[in-house]
Design a protein around this ligand. Structure first.
Ligand code: NI
Length: 263
């Protein structure tokens, strides 16, 4: 097995423009490669690695994705009004997922954040307020991600290990400054645009293969309603739903890389 990754040098101006619609928040040209001193960069990276980078806890024993047909469901942009229902459906089927939440929404609904963690799901960082990180510049992006990490740690006592840039929009400088693995996706039903539960569930069930990272948004009721059929359709194909950390298992993620799939 090996990682299918994009090295930092390959994503200079990556704009996937998907996942959450087309970003219209930054009309002016954006300086994507603002120079930053090495010492500033190292300070920011250390900040985002977490409070005790020298003593990370051992990974919990989890499913062996070298044997099982592992896939990772990911839910972005929440928590929202339907997140509890998603958690109910995951619990009822023993499935684990990863929630890329927004810091400002997490602060407004801390109980559902704590429930995610209590039920074995992975809590991950999708920025504070879903601004395009390229519009914030490398240092602003790092600060935004750090603010979100701190809020999630305060709420749920876990420090996120991965982040996903809003809109999948990032750059070499942001990959370097944020100092966390950037987790993109490999299956995208564009559920922000396709508000049909049947379409979303059929797309995911018919387009998923082993190692895929599936992008969904638990802020849309059409997606919330699609979750049971997604779970049942993929369970019928013997897939195992794991978190991002479980998917990568014993292969530690590198902080300056950009991941989209595991094989
Ligand atoms: Ni998003």
């Amino acid at each position: 097995m090996n990682f299918r990754t994009l090295a930092a040098g390959a994503v200079t101006t990556m704009m996937l423009l998907s996942g959450c619609g087309t970003d219209t928040s930054s009309a002016s040209p954006v300086p994507v490669n603002t120079p930053m001193s090495d010492s500033t960069m190292e300070t920011i990276i250390k900040m985002n690695v977490g409070p005790t980078p020298e003593a990370p806890p051992p990974p919990p024993p989890g499913p062996d994705c070298n044997v099982l047909k592992c896939i990772a469901l990911t839910f972005d942009d929440g928590p929202g009004g339907g997140t509890g229902q998603v958690l109910d459906n995951l619990r009822d089927r023993g499935a684990k997922a990863t929630f890329f939440v927004l810091g400002e929404l997490a602060e407004g609904n801390p109980d559902v954040i704590r429930r995610m963690v209590a039920e074995g799901h992975q809590l991950a960082n999708h920025s504070w307020g879903h601004r395009n990180l390229r519009s914030l510049g490398p240092e602003g992006a790092a600060a935004d991600i750090h603010r979100t990490n701190e809020a999630l740690h305060r709420i749920a006592s876990v420090w996120p290990t991965v982040m996903r840039p809003p809109y999948g929009s990032t750059s070499d400088a942001i990959v370097a400054s944020v100092g966390m693995p950037q987790m993109i996706w490999s299956v995208d039903p564009s559920d922000w645009k396709n508000r049909s539960s049947g379409y979303v569930s059929n797309y995911v069930v018919n387009n998923t293969t082993r190692g895929d990272i599936i992008l969904l948004h638990d802020i849309h009721w059409s997606t919330v309603s699609a979750v049971p059929a997604i779970l049942d359709g993929l369970l019928a194909q013997d897939y195992t739903f794991v978190t991002i950390d479980e998917l990568y298992g014993h292969h530690p993620l590198e902080i300056r890389k950009h991941y989209s799939q595991y094989r």
